[in-house]
Design a protein around this ligand. Structure first.
Ligand code: ATP
Ligand code: MG
Length: 251
């Protein structure tokens, strides 16, 4: 039996009121198994970041529920189980990289020594050691993305939820983050990440979910999705087109 790290059950979410109301998630259900790398795919505006914000408890669904390691949203240790990289990480420009990580670690309840060791290790792992004492305001986009990843990992959580972790990274950075995701899996972590880079998804993921206009189109293994002599990109484009055509016929 599959042990779930993350369960989304029948999530519905809309934004706006009355005439401007727009339903962006429609009965979205999927589950992520413990210790797997799970890719979350969908075109721009599909609802990926909205789903992730609901999982983190930053947005409330209209209906449906979330469970993380069997714990319902908002209960007990829920947030401590998750390391989160937002789509657009926010930092205080006047803090250094080390101060940023120290602050996050302390907010997660870590002790001074523990957080200091973890920060030094992560700055090294994300190739940011040279910028330890540098103010984040002067960081490049890629450096901020690396710091965002370090931030997500600071409290050594069992589940990582990463919204476009490869975004803004140079080829070396992308390579390093892919290796990091592999290492996290080898350490027994569960990694759930969204991405538009289908080759990365194909390389890294055990299973995927594909959503479009808030609806689940596929959830299952990458191997099952990618038929013989085809690749993830072809099948992804096909499934999105089929959905768009079906919508045109229905309309
Ligand atoms: N706060 C909000 N208010 C109104 N509409 C919103 C809000 N947040 C998201 N939306 C809408 O919800 C839909 C899904 O957005 P979301 O950011 O979840 O997509 P996404 O799959 O993450 O896209 P991308 O790949 O571009 O990051 C979009 O139509 C977006 O305009
Ligand atoms: Mg998004």
């Amino acid at each position: 039996m599959m042990i779930s790290s993350l369960l989304c059950n029948d999530l519905c979410k809309s934004f706006g009121k009355k005439r401007t109301k727009k339903q962006v998630l429609k009965d979205l259900s999927f589950s992520v198994a413990k210790e797997e790398v799970f890719g979350f795919l969908g075109p721009n505006g599909a609802g990926k970041s909205t789903t992730i914000k609901i999982i983190l408890g930053f947005l409330r669904p209209d209906s449906g529920s979330i469970e993380v390691s069997g714990i319902g949203a908002g209960l007990g240790e829920y947030r401590h189980l998750i390391g989160y990289l937002p789509e657009l990480p926010f930092f205080y420009n006047h803090l250094t990289a080390l101060e940023t990580l120290m602050m996050s670690g302390k907010l997660s309840g870590m002790k001074q020594k523990e957080v200091k060791d973890s920060a030094a290790h992560l700055l090294e792992r994300l190739t940011l050691s040279h910028a330890t004492g540098q103010k984040v305001g002067g960081f490049s986009k890629g450096m901020k993305q690396r710091l965002g990843l370090a931030n997500a990992l600071i409290h050594d959580p069992p589940i990582l939820i990463l919204d476009e972790p490869m975004s803004g990274l140079d080829p070396l950075g992308r390579y390093q983050v892919k290796q990091l995701i592999r290492d996290l899996k080898a350490e027994g972590k569960t990694v759930f990440f969204s991405s538009h880079i289908l080759s990365d998804i194909e390389e890294l993921c055990d299973r995927i979910a594909i959503i479009h206009t808030g609806e689940l189109l596929y959830s299952g293994s990458v191997v099952d999705f990618v038929a013989e002599n085809q690749n993830l990109e072809d099948n992804f484009i096909d499934i999105i087109r089929q959905k768009d055509e079906a919508c045109c016929v229905d309309a």
